[in-house]
Design a binder for this molecule. Structure first.
Ligand code: ATP
Ligand SMILES: Nc1ccn([C@@H]2O[C@H](COP(=O)(O)O)[C@@H](O)[C@H]2O)c(=O)n1
Length: 209
């Protein structure tokens, strides 16, 4: 397998930040797989369909194009919650596997971040990192991010969101959120972004040797 870095972790743990930084550092393409589930949920909501309409969700997942995402819309808070509802459907997950594995199979390698990259999508990845942080830390960071963007940032509501999403993602039967047995866990609760990036680079370098 080519040089694949698989990054998983709970909501707002900083996996996207680390995945982007590692991809830039190693000149690898990056796929934020959460966007696939967010885009699937968004397609349903925009059509006025219910989030539990499995057939429509599978059709929406199958028609996604990786180059076609309105990231600002998809990263809205309500879309994270909606994504986690469709992500619990085994048929939706199955519809998105080939797209993710195709991305990971690029000859130069790739960085993918999500919930099941190390466990299901790329079980043979050379590097697996499970990024985590205390829920309160994650909620504080997300609230700061929203406040910086001039959006509503109610810490208590965000903390509740994060906990609810983690619980649903961990409890589902299909590809639940969990660290792969051979992943290295990186707890960033007491690390700033530069420290977390340095630690992640250390993990990658060790795995490459
Ligand atoms: N180690 C860190 N210290 C401080 N802030 C951080 C750290 N890592 C990430 N952040 C900030 O926390 C917020 C969430 O990070 P990020 O978007 O990377 O998380 P994520 O796990 O990809 O989230 P999601 O699950 O919603 O996709 C961002 O504002 C980011 O800048
Ligand atoms: N590999 C993945 C990635 C994401 N999900 C689900 O999508 C939701 C949104 O993901 P973010 O990373 O953008 O926060 C997330 O809560 C999961 O339910 C997934 O199941 N598998």
């Amino acid at each position: 397998m080519s040089f694949v870095i698989a990054i998983d972790g709970p909501a707002a743990s900083g996996k996207g930040t680390l995945a982007r930084r590692l991809a830039a550092h190693y000149s690898l393409p990056h796929l934020d797989t959460g966007l696939l589930y967010r885009a699937t949920a968004c397609a349903l909501l925009e059509e006025g369909l219910r989030l539990d309409d499995v057939e429509s969700a599978v059709a929406a997942a199958r028609s996604l194009s990786l180059t076609d995402f309105d990231e600002k819309r998809l990263r809205a808070r309500d879309m994270g919650e909606a994504a986690s509802v469709v992500a619990a459907m085994p048929a939706v997950r199955a519809a998105l596997v080939d797209m993710q594995r195709g991305f990971a199979a690029r000859p130069e390698g790739a960085v993918l971040d999500g919930r099941d990259i190390g466990t299901v999508i790329c079980p043979d990845a050379k590097v697996k990192i499970f990024v985590t942080a205390a829920p309160e830390t994650r909620a504080t960071r997300r609230a700061l991010e929203l406040a910086r963007a001039g959006e509503e940032a109610d810490y208590t509501a965000i903390l509740e969101d994060v906990k609810k999403r983690d619980a649903r993602d961990s409890a589902r039967s299909a590809a639940p959120l969990k660290a792969a047995a051979d992943a290295v866990t990186l707890d960033t609760s007491d690390l700033d972004i530069e420290e977390a990036f340095a630690a992640a680079r250390g993990i990658v370098e060790k795995a490459r040797r």
